[in-house]
Design a protein around this ligand. Structure first.
Ligand SMILES: [Cu+2]
Length: 198
């Protein structure tokens, strides 16, 4: 009898231990633990009602999406704006950037306090020779960024008041038909250096 009881006792303890193990292992993964944590902080009703977590999670998802989608309210975003440094005495420089428009717009003019004129140029190869042609205006569509880059569309700064020095910044104003003036900060980089692309 005694032995039988002891064995039965051991059996119960053993079964308690084996019952506890999966509970501990599962705890971080179950929605019950998330529910009880939320309940503890007063976000939800007691755990016997599991359904309030669904609208709460939906609300969190909607908030995250809205925040991500409306992060920038600017109609025009200029990124990766850079210009190669120019040698001493140079009066001509170039500038490159990526322009994104929330709604289609037309880029119609350019100005900078450090240059007499700023023109949009397109480099094209004609009979194997690179030629630069002035472009009066360009459409920035809503779904495709306009990328100004070496050997493509670029801004030409003529009549520089001072050479462009690596490590400095210059300001350049882009004039859009709808969005109006947008001033971009252009980082001057050592000649031959390329900016990081994200
Ligand atoms: Cu040019």
């Amino acid at each position: 009898m005694k032995i039988g009881n002891r064995e039965a006792g051991i059996g119960r303890r053993a079964s308690k231990v084996t019952n506890r193990e999966p509970t501990v292992a599962k705890a971080p993964l179950t929605s019950e633990s998330a529910l009880s944590a939320l309940t503890a902080f007063g976000f939800l009703r007691p755990p016997d009602s599991r359904f309030p977590i669904l609208p709460l999670l939906s609300l969190i998802c909607i908030c995250v999406c809205l925040t991500a989608c409306t992060g920038s309210a600017d109609p025009i975003a200029v990124t990766n704006a850079w210009a190669p440094a120019t040698p001493p005495g140079a009066t001509v420089g170039a500038a490159y950037m990526r322009i994104e428009a929330r709604e289609a717009d037309t880029l119609v003019g350019f100005a900078s306090p450090i240059a007499n004129t700023v023109e949009l140029h397109r480099t094209a190869f004609e009979e194997g020779i690179a030629q630069m042609r002035k472009v009066d205006s360009v459409i920035v569509s809503a779904d495709t960024p306009l990328v100004l880059e070496p050997s493509g569309l670029h801004l030409m700064l003529q009549g520089l008041s001072a050479p462009l020095e690596a490590g400095s910044s210059i300001h350049l104003t882009l004039q859009f038909r709808n969005a109006g003036d947008v001033t971009a900060e252009i980082h001057v980089m050592a000649a031959g250096a390329h900016p990081e692309h994200h």
